[in-house]
Design a protein around this ligand. Structure first.
Ligand code: GDP
Ligand code: MG
Length: 164
């Protein structure tokens, strides 16, 4: 079976847009899972000579801005348990939020490599500075990308395939 890459992040940061970009707009397969709050969407993707599956976990939502809802944490944990790597998607135009910091703290405790994709960084003037704000999450180099424009995804994927 193909290696799985989990896409993690809060709602509206552009996870689904990025998954569609990485998967080259192939049809996503949606598995319904009764009894859980969120479905996971699996899409085939490839980069250079690597073929893999990206799983869009749905947004990680919080009951206040910092506490994981238990079921959501469970869903994210299930996705990570089967993954060889995770892409943590954040919003470069919004900058780091308390929810991002809570997710990062949780991700730092997980036994999979995590790459930070700083989405919505299509501005040539601001993209690098927008991405640099996310060093503070303690997960290594933030990669500026734009799911809408496609920019930056090559660098992200080059790094990703070192883990798969
Ligand atoms: P998700 O909830 O994390 O899956 O986010 P979506 O992929 O549904 O996108 C949420 C919103 O962000 C939509 O209005 C998208 O059009 C917008 N969006 C997604 N990617 C980008 C991007 O690269 N740049 C900009 N400017 N907006 C984006
Ligand atoms: Mg989505």
């Amino acid at each position: 079976s193909l290696p799985i890459v989990a896409i993690i992040g809060r709602p509206n940061v552009g996870k689904s847009t990025l998954v569609n970009r990485l998967a080259g707009a192939q049809d996503a397969i949606v598995y319904d899972e009764p009894g859980v709050t969120r479905d996971r969407t699996y899409s085939n993707a490839y980069w250079r000579d690597h073929e893999f599956v990206v799983v869009d976990t749905g947004g990680l939502v919080f009951d206040d801005d910092t506490e994981f809802l238990p079921l959501i944490r469970e869903q994210a944990s299930l996705a990570l348990a089967e993954a060889v790597a995770a892409i943590f998607v954040v919003d470069g135009q919004a900058g780091p939020t308390p929810a991002d910091e809570a997710i990062a703290e949780w991700l730092r405790q997980q036994p999979v490599p995590v790459l930070i994709a700083v989405n919505k960084c299509e501005s040539p003037d601001q993209g690098l500075a927008q991405a640099a704000q996310f060093w503070e999450l303690g997960l290594g180099e933030p990669y500026p990308v734009s799911g809408i424009h496609g920019s930056g995804t090559g660098e992200l994927l080059d790094q990703l395939i070192t883990h798969i």
